[in-house]
Design a protein around this ligand. Sequence first.
Ligand SMILES: Cc1cc2nc3c(=O)[nH]c(=O)nc-3n(C[C@H](O)[C@H](O)[C@H](O)COP(=O)(O)OP(=O)(O)OC[C@H]3O[C@@H](n4cnc5c(N)ncnc54)[C@H](O)[C@@H]3O)c2cc1C
Length: 468
Amino acid sequence: MTQKPIHVIGGGLAGSEAAWQAAQAGAPVILHEMRPIRGTDAHQTDGLAEMVCSNSFRSDDWEHNAVGLLHAEMRRLDSVIMAAADLSQVPAGGALAVDRDGFSAEVTRRIEAHPLITIAREEIAGLPPADWDSVIVATGPLTSPALAQAILDLTGEGQLAFFDAIAPIIHLDSIDMSVAWRQSRYDKEGPGGDAAAYINCPMDKAQYEAFIDALMAGPKSEFKEWENVPYFDGCLPIEVMAERGRETLRHGPMKPVGLTNAHNPTEKAYAIVQLRQDNALGTLWNMVGFQTKLKHGAQTEVFRTIPGLQDAQFARLGGLHRNTFLNSPRLLDRQLRLKVQPRLRFAGQVTGVEGYVESAGIGLLAGRLAAAERLGQALEAPPATTALGALVNHITGGHLEGQPASFQPMNINYGLLPPIEDATPKKADDGRRLKPAERGRARKRLASLRALDDLDAWRGAVASAAAE
Ligand SMILES: Cc1cc2nc3c(=O)[nH]c(=O)nc-3n(C[C@H](O)[C@H](O)[C@H](O)COP(=O)(O)OP(=O)(O)OC[C@H]3O[C@@H](n4cnc5c(N)ncnc54)[C@H](O)[C@@H]3O)c2cc1C
């Protein structure tokens, strides 16, 4: 080898894709995977890109579904994960589901056969040796404890999370603002000078009582033993708080004080649910204090009883599970490099994306970015109008600085892409006025078309830069 190798740590969804992309670009790679020498609490095999739970890559509809769009973008960029998934497909309607063993075997076969990739079966149990000048850390939600500790020591207290306590996140355009209103408690101005930073949903006594009953009765997900993490008070699940007393929530996250119903100023609410802006675009809002272990079906049912949220569309539902991830907006640059030690790049779920496809997508970019750097080529991540670019934006800057809720992992969704509102047709080809749901679909299709156009323009620019 004439070039020094890029070291990829972790042969999961992200690491396999990163190794493949870097090698395809012409850079030699050593892929370090600790299985089978050391296992995780979830992996069962020693195959690369093992899917630890469901066998689905979710919707394959690129026109109307953001993860389908991500599939399409990755296929255009020679993704090994998508190629192996397409070969291992099993029937699943509009979803892309795979035979998990066949899929993992195909990824393993392609990586093993690549002339520029060497696989080393070993745990990297601390910071990589100083002479590894280009490293991609793709060790996932179950990063081995020794490496997690080394990253924590390097980045500082509070910059690496070990589990997710997530409150649901809702698309702004599905909130009924004829019921809800914008106001901060006591009209207090935030750092940006905004005294109307929250969206408020009021409840009367009967609605509150029914809500508490539904919360306590709803089915909950139980932690597996290996997920046995203690709660700390800042992120108690809402149903655990409700179990401490029927009034607890009314004195906690649902307290009605300091707020006046803009639609009916004389009416005093018995309890109020607040939503806080979640992304810089202002398209996504999280339910403040509503981290929950309710099962997903129960969450949509129970939370849609909240006035103003009766038609809520959830960008993600709440949950609590083991997950190692960085405070990426603070720690990573747009090249996915650790600011304090730029030889270390991060990829996959450890950067704060969520899901097989998203993890592989960030692996794809990390591999290309590392290879370009190694080969002396200039390369930027794709624009935020693409699904891949929107993910990079989310993890490196799309979330709001300075708000109390910390950065939370996220699946790809259209709310992470800049809105396309103005261009959405109001009428069908036959002149009929489009219903809101039809307009929503039309808007998604336009956003997908824009994404693929912009991705192609980016690919074109990258190809000509590489040829220079
Ligand atoms: C229990 C569980 C269930 C999940 N279910 C789903 C699901 O149904 N659908 C979905 O989309 N996502 C699911 N996820 C999320 C899923 O893990 C990620 O979407 C995806 O696998 C992340 O890809 P990754 O490459 O970042 O991590 P992984 O695929 O986990 O790969 C990380 C790799 O790094 C290796 N590794 C760790 N530490 C070291 C080290 N120090 N040295 C060398 N190698 C190391 C591990 O062995 C592993 O192979 C689940 C996660 C968990 C934990």
